[in-house]
Design a protein around this ligand. Structure first.
Ligand SMILES: Cc1cc2nc3c(=O)[nH]c(=O)nc-3n(C[C@H](O)[C@H](O)[C@H](O)COP(=O)(O)OP(=O)(O)OC[C@H]3O[C@@H](n4cnc5c(N)ncnc54)[C@H](O)[C@@H]3O)c2cc1C
Length: 360
């Protein structure tokens, strides 16, 4: 086990890595430039799924991540953070939806196509049911900020130190090896440094000559004020996705490829929120009291090819990066695998296709 591990970034990935490392016996310090969960993790839709996978190996990683969540929910009190309600998905329709269902069936995913009548039985308050949609029974949703709080509390209980307001400016090298960081509190030594700084990772790593090209996307999530329970599932329609959290808030946004704000039209976050609320009201016409509570603008951390970047970059022993989209889905699994690898375990086959060395 490495003696002292510095984890840079207090989002869901850094929090999960810190928890698993501390539990395995490492001395862990988390350095967070603002407050924990101040990045994408608190502005996320929070859908936990393996559906959004372009390749079989990415599907396997995401599928294993769902299993890991379920295991974590058995060992930690996570009722306030995670709900397992399943999803109803028809972002694609017609033949494209059926093709997607065939791929998922081939993968062995717990999902099946249902028709409009079944949809209306499952979600009687949602208007205009689709002719067909895919019901993803094993899926859920997590509150990213609450996940960070729980994971960091569990890391602290295992001896980790969480330092908020500590910005890392660069990585320290000695004889080619990364041996710590330079921060606004001066240099700090670490036997290993884990960079989990989400959308900020490319710049931080570039300062030490490490390449991690990224194509981050602005994303916006809108929260309503709480209303009575009206929907059970995560609803993924072509023009809006929405779910209801345990406090009654409707959490809504656009599909990933939609990106969020339409910057080409200079769409403001308020315009976007009004557009989302209008679409929500069309889907839930009988629900009274739907008003916007808050608008959350975040940066989705996206490595250039869209896939996670997890591992030791080329020519940077001592360093480990863990940067990805779908971090809400992947965090519990990634945290465990990173801790295993840093603790001297054998490299995880699940991560083989997602090493940062592919960008070197
Ligand atoms: C609108 C939107 C919708 C999304 N929907 C989903 C979804 O449905 N399902 C899903 O799985 N994923 C989703 N994601 C993606 C998911 O939220 C992210 O992949 C995940 O939150 C990334 O976590 P992270 O810990 O890597 O980064 P972040 O949460 O961004 O945390 C990085 C942290 O590092 C800190 N930091 C940065 N630079 C430094 C520095 N130099 N020194 C110290 N600290 C630093 C930041 O302050 C921040 O707190 C969505 C994201 C957005 C924005």
């Amino acid at each position: 086990m490495a003696e002292h591990v510095i984890v840079v970034g207090g989002g869901i990935i850094g929090a999960s890595v810190a928890y698993h490392l501390a539990k395995a016996g490492a001395r862990v310090t988390v350095l967070e430039k603002a407050a924990p969960a101040s990045g994408a993790s608190s502005k996320s839709f929070g859908w936990i799924n393996a559906k959004a996978a372009q390749t079989r190996s990415y599907y396997k990683l995401r599928r294993e991540a769902i299993y890991e969540y379920l295991r974590l929910c058995e060992t930690m009190q996570m009722e306030a953070a995670v709900k397992w309600d399943g999803s109803l998905w028809w972002e694609d329709q017609g033949q494209a939806l059926l093709d997607q269902a065939t791929i998922l069936e081939d993968y062995g995913y717990e999902a099946k196509v249902i028709d409009a009548a079944r949809f209306s039985q499952m979600e009687p308050n949602v208007a205009n049911p689709p002719a067909h949609c895919i019901s993803g029974r094993i899926e859920g949703a997590a509150d990213g900020a609450e996940m960070v709080r729980l994971l960091l509390a569990a890391a602290s209980a295992n001896g980790a130190y969480i330092v908020a307001g500590c910005a890392v400016h660069g990585l320290r090298r000695e004889g080619g090896r990364i041996v710590g960081v330079d921060s606004n509190f001066g240099p700090m030594h670490g036997d290993r440094v884990v960079v989990a700084t989400g959308a900020w990772s490319q710049d931080l790593l570039a300062r030490s000559g490490v390449a991690l090209p990224m194509d981050n996307k602005t994303g916006v999530i809108v929260h309503s004020l709480p209303v009575e329970p009206v929907i059970e599932h995560i609803i993924m329609s072509p023009d809006i996705h929405f779910r209801q959290d345990s406090s009654g808030r409707i959490i809504m946004g656009e599909i990933f490829s939609g990106g969020g704000l339409d910057e080409s039209k200079s769409e403001s976050p308020v315009d976007f929120a009004q557009k989302m609320l209008g679409r929500l009201k069309l889907r839930l016409p009988d629900v009274k009291g739907l008003v916007v509570d808050r608008v959350m603008v975040g940066k989705r951390p996206v490595p250039l090819d869209g896939m996670p970047a997890v591992g030791v970059p080329k020519d940077a022993p001592g360093l480990y990066v863990a940067v990805m989209h779908s971090g809400i889905t992947l965090a519990p699994l990634i945290g465990r695998l990173v801790a295993q690898e840093i603790s001297g375990g054998k490299p995880s086959a699940l991560l083989a296709d997602f090493r940062p060395t592919r960008f070197s």
